[in-house]
Design a binder for this molecule. Structure first.
Ligand code: COA
Length: 335
């Protein structure tokens, strides 16, 4: 990291939340033509959690994850300076971070959303670290939360098998420069391929008013699975290599590879291209599917709860997905 930073940044606590309703592959095969065997072989996913119940939203999951992170850090919500919510499934297009601010009582915090799909949590870590390292803020709550079950066509077997709902939150805090834990990052966007994975707004073709004003609706999630797969296994290793090179580290220095939890085959292929042993891959997608912006903090929280990660471990975190967006942040675990 450049020596121009005013103060270091580190993650001091993590929390996560998933809905109670668990739907396994056999249950999905009751609504679309598929099987547990096909889904497990092609993706590694066995079950996923789905939000159900009227009036439940992404904000409820984000709230639970945030409160867990705050409690673990023994921090009062009024100590939070900034809240960044990474989500692509808000319950208000104007942003949902402000609802979380009110719900947790973090009335002194500025709050805004980041929309960067499955790369959202990586973008949130990097954005928060900039605000901390340049001396603007001390305590930042970052959240990755998505409920893509609301945006999926449950009759499309190519997509409905993949996704689940969840939320993860982290408290990032300023520290002495020498304890800085956000070692480096590398971010990318390729908007020319945005149509490979999207939830698009479509206008109605007819207008019934004299001013000829058109209105429309958002469509279901659509995805070119093969293209997204190829994109992930080629671009993500390149991003990781660039990021490690820039901070004079190599794949050998990596203790944990924490990728967006999209598909076990993608996780294995990326590790293989980097010559990183499979035992260093953090994976929990068999239980949750692809939870978009939530997947990285959810997996990080589980890895910490099971005491996998220890102090001074180097963790390579990469997100990738719609946009297309992809990127890497390398952290040294300090807690
Ligand atoms: N159950 C059974 N058969 C299925 C199926 C399902 N759920 N979904 C697709 N199929 C069928 C297809 O219809 C096709 O049949 P055909 O050969 O008779 O036409 C066959 O399986 C192969 O389909 P294909 O789309 O080529 O499968 P795939 O090996 O590429 O696997 C994905 C599909 C979606 C699992 C895979 O492309 C993938 O994981 N892509 C990345 C997606 C991703 O991670 N997106 C999120 C990124 S953030």
């Amino acid at each position: 990291m450049k020596s121009s930073i005013m103060q270091g940044a580190r993650i001091i606590s993590i929390g996560s939340a998933v809905p109670d309703l668990c739907i396994n592959n056999t249950e999905i095969s009751q609504i679309v033509e598929t099987s547990d065997e096909w889904i497990v072989n092609r993706t590694g996913i066995k079950e996923r959690r789905i939000l159900n119940g009227i009036n439940q939203s992404v904000v409820d999951l984000a709230y639970s994850a945030s409160m867990e992170a705050l409690n673990k850090a023994k921090m009062h919500p009024l100590e939070i300076d900034l809240i960044i919510l990474a989500t692509s499934s808000p319950n208000d297009l104007f942003g949902s971070a402000s609802q979380i601010q009110a719900k947790i009582g973090a009335y002194k915090a500025v709050a805004f959303d980041i929309t960067a799909a499955c790369s959202g949590f990586v973008l949130a870590i990097v954005t928060a670290s900039q605000f901390i390292q340049n001396g603007s803020y001390k305590n930042i709550l970052i959240i990755g939360a998505d409920v893509l079950s609301k945006w999926i066509d449950w009759s499309d077997r190519k997509t409905c098998i993949l996704f689940g709902d969840g939320a993860g939150a982290a408290i990032m805090q300023a520290c002495h420069k020498k304890d800085n834990a956000i070692l480096g990052f590398q971010l990318n966007t390729d908007g020319t391929k945005s149509n490979q994975l999207s939830i698009t707004y479509k206008e109605n073709t007819d207008s019934h008013n004299t001013l000829k004003l058109f209105q429309g609706k958002f469509q279901y999630l659509s995805m070119n699975g093969q293209e997204v797969y190829k994109f992930a296994v080629s671009k993500v290793p390149a991003s990781i290599k660039k990021c490690l090179n820039a901070i004079q580290l190599s794949a050998k220095d990596v203790n944990w590879l924490l990728l967006h939890q999209a598909n076990q085959r993608i996780l294995n292929a990326v590790a293989q291209r980097l010559s990183i042993d499979n035992c260093k891959i953090i994976s929990n997608l068999s239980k949750y599917g692809n939870t978009s912006a939530a997947s990285i903090p959810l997996a990080l929280d589980e890895a910490l709860k099971s005491n996998k990660i220890i102090k001074e471990d180097i963790i390579v975190i990469s997100g990738f997905g719609a946009g297309l967006t992809w990127g890497t942040v390398v952290i040294k675990w300090k807690c």
